[in-house]
Design a protein around this ligand. Structure first.
Ligand SMILES: [Zn+2]
Length: 440
């Protein structure tokens, strides 16, 4: 249970300005100023994916799920005559369960891409995908510290900004708008549109070769973003990788330009690379510039192999973990966290910067099917949670959805969401910058 405590406490210490050293213990065996009640659960030795039961307890108007306790009648915190503060609920066990992604490792449910399905998650089952529950647990722990030390504990900010936004762009396609958008145009008899797209392509300016357009949008926001380039071309088991060659002069020019403008370049690991160290290594090398981050194409993440793969390759961060089917908090947390390796039973050195919203999620026939006007109202409660906890919002907007030949109303949606964030006072950072600030 020491591993659980160390893992959870490591993250708690990264979001608040806390007394150092912090006199806190898990269980009642020490005489610490703060003592967290340890449940007697055998759950973590049984390798089950999900706890049998969940109970709910109110914290300042929000109902929080707790997994390894059978009572709710005690207050969250009690203080003894000698001043010791007792946290009456095992927030370490519940926090570890959610943050480490335990359910994904111990569940055998996978979709056609080997991904853990949202429908199988405890978040879907108990409907809390848009609540960062672990951050709420930390708020309880903060209250315990304030009570024990008699001082106010403040949250860390992002270079003075109350919350951070990471805008990110996976570059899957930048050469095939003429084909993907052109063919349906031709079939519908819209010869003019087809000819326009084909002519653009012939001039070497496919409508999806729109890096400058993306950059201009970012400039309007005074934002630096993270661009994930896919170094593998062609199909993999029938599924597409990049439609461009990352080593070509054409692509390398764009990469250099983006980098010079202050944007981050990172790897977009291709199909199969999340379980194949050699493959991801060669893709990282193909980019021919030093990179610190990765996100897997199709958000393919195997909880058994992937933490080890990215850790062994020395990636500072991964930013794959969001459910494609639903926006929100896959690990119930709105800050970066260290990936946990269940095979070794230890935390890795690689940060996960969780992905909160992907454009495709919003209207893909398999996912949410929201109308453009419904998008901002639908995601605002999630954004407000991130603001409340001084967290990080990570958005994935594919370059083709800035063009007129991608997601319908894609550009307007991007503008609407980012302008809302700007009004709320966010700081826009690359993912690399957010990780550096988290480590500091
Ligand atoms: Zn992709």
């Amino acid at each position: 249970m020491q591993v659980l405590f160390d893992y959870v406490l490591f993250h708690f210490k990264r979001v608040y300005h806390l007394p150092e050293p912090l006199d806190i213990s898990y269980g009642f065996q020490n005489s610490s100023r703060i003592q967290i009640r340890q449940s007697s659960t055998t759950f973590f030795s049984q390798k089950e994916a999900q706890p049998e039961s969940v109970i709910w307890k109110d914290w300042q108007g929000t109902s929080l799920p707790l997994f390894f306790v059978s009572f709710t009648e005690l207050d969250w915190l009690t203080q003894t005559a000698s001043g010791t503060v007792v946290v009456n609920y095992d927030l370490i066990a519940s926090g570890f369960y959610l943050l480490s992604g335990w359910q994904e490792f111990y569940s055998s449910n996978r979709d056609q891409f080997g991904r853990f399905p949202y429908a199988s998650s405890v978040q879907a089952r108990h409907k809390f995908i848009t609540k960062p529950i672990v951050n709420y647990y930390f708020e309880v722990l903060r209250a315990a510290v304030e009570l024990a030390y008699g001082q106010k504990i403040t949250q860390k900010t992002w270079n003075g900004k109350p919350f951070a936004t990471c805008l990110s762009h996976d570059i899957d396609y930048c050469q095939s708008a003429w084909k993907v958008a052109g063919k349906p145009a031709l079939q519908k008899g819209r010869l003019g549109l087809f000819l326009k797209l084909a002519a653009q392509k012939a001039l070497g300016k496919d409508a999806w070769f729109n890096f400058q357009q993306v950059e201009q949008e970012l400039e309007q926001l005074n934002a630096k973003a993270s661009f994930f380039f896919l170094p593998e071309q062609g199909n993999y088991q029938g599924h597409p990788n990049a439609d461009y060659n990352v080593c070509s002069n054409l692509t390398q020019q764009q990469i250099n330009r983006l980098q010079q403008a202050g944007h981050e370049i990172a790897v977009h690991g291709s199909h199969g690379s999340s379980i194949n160290l050699e493959q991801l290594k060669s893709e990282k090398e193909k980019l021919a510039i030093p990179v610190t981050g990765n996100r897997f194409h199709y958000l393919r993440f195997d909880p058994d192999r992937t933490p080890e793969v990215v850790d062994e390759l020395g990636f500072t961060y991964d930013s794959t973990l969001g459910f494609p089917e639903h926006f929100g908090f896959r690990n119930s947390y709105c800050h970066p966290f260290k990936l946990f390796n269940f095979n070794s039973g230890q935390s890795t050195d690689t940060w996960e910067v969780p992905l909160n919203l992907m454009d495709v999620t919003l209207n893909h026939p398999n996912y949410l099917q929201l109308m453009p006007l419904q998008v901002l109202p639908a995601i605002t409660p999630m954004l407000n949670e991130i603001i409340r906890f001084n967290g990080v919002f990570t958005l994935l907007w594919h370059n083709e959805n800035f063009s007129a030949y991608g997601l319908q109303g894609g550009l307007q949606m991007f503008q609407e969401i980012t302008q809302f964030l700007q009004k709320q006072g966010t700081g826009f950072f690359t993912i690399h910058e957010v990780v550096k600030q988290t480590e500091a």
